[in-house]
Design a binder for this molecule. Sequence first.
Ligand SMILES: *[C@@H]1O[C@H](CO)[C@@H](O)[C@H](O)[C@H]1NC(C)=O
Ligand SMILES: *[C@@H]1O[C@H](CO)[C@@H](O)[C@H](O)[C@H]1NC(C)=O
Length: 248
Amino acid sequence: MFLLLVFLLAVLPVNIEGGKIIWGKESKPHSRPYMAYISFYDSNSLQSNCGGFLVGEDIVMTAAHCFGSHINVTLGAHNIQEWKNTQFIPVLKAKPHENYNYETWVNDIMLLKLEHKAQLNSAVKTIALPKSHDRVKPGQVCTVAGWGILPNCISPKTLQEVDQEVQNGQKCYARSTNYNNSIQLCVGNPNNRKSTSEGDSGGPLVCDGVAQGIVSYRFCPYTPPRVFTRISSFMPWIQKTMKLLEQP
Ligand SMILES: *[C@@H]1O[C@H](CO)[C@@H](O)[C@H](O)[C@H]1NC(C)=O
Ligand SMILES: *[C@@H]1O[C@H](CO)[C@@H](O)[C@H](O)[C@H]1NC(C)=O
């Protein structure tokens, strides 16, 4: 039996292989201006955080399992202990996917409408979304970034990032038959020591400048690959939901 692991308490870019800890690297400050730091209260009223990404001037995309109450977004962040020149914007409306299933983790996608538009500048920018027919290919190398926290409470102050290789869907299906390659991506080469680190839940998998995936869950044991929401397969839902969120 496998266990699915929640990333509400997100994970640091780290992987343990043969006793060695392999870290991702610190992102160049503001080189990923679409990154959003999300905080919220979960169903147990505990404060938690996730990654997300700006897809419209007042719209942030993240994972549905990052849903909670009193959700706030911080844009333009690098060092989350300094909060210099950041934009803190509370969330007005949160729309998790109606068919998100917390047992199988399918449809793990959510859109957040901010209380007001972000001020776009060199540190705060939107990222492009894919077209419906876009297919990410196994072997393609993409990047994930996040501010995760390890259960042992070591947390990076600054945004970390790591390269991740897209895998053939069979590799994830072999670990859980809940994996559905038409709506999910299987990411992270189990044999590549340098690309096995983790990012935050809700953060984007960026391939050639386009947000193709959303960090969703990992298998237990934690060895890669892990599962991301395949954004291109949700484009009709995204367009419909964005229209809904535009209404006052
Ligand atoms: C979000 O911000 C509001 C203030 O605007 C605050 O009352 C609330 O506690 C914050 N939520 C979290 C999860 O920190
Ligand atoms: C995979 O997801 C698609 C879209 O939601 C669905 O139509 C299909 O039945 C799913 N496949 C399996 C095997 O569950």
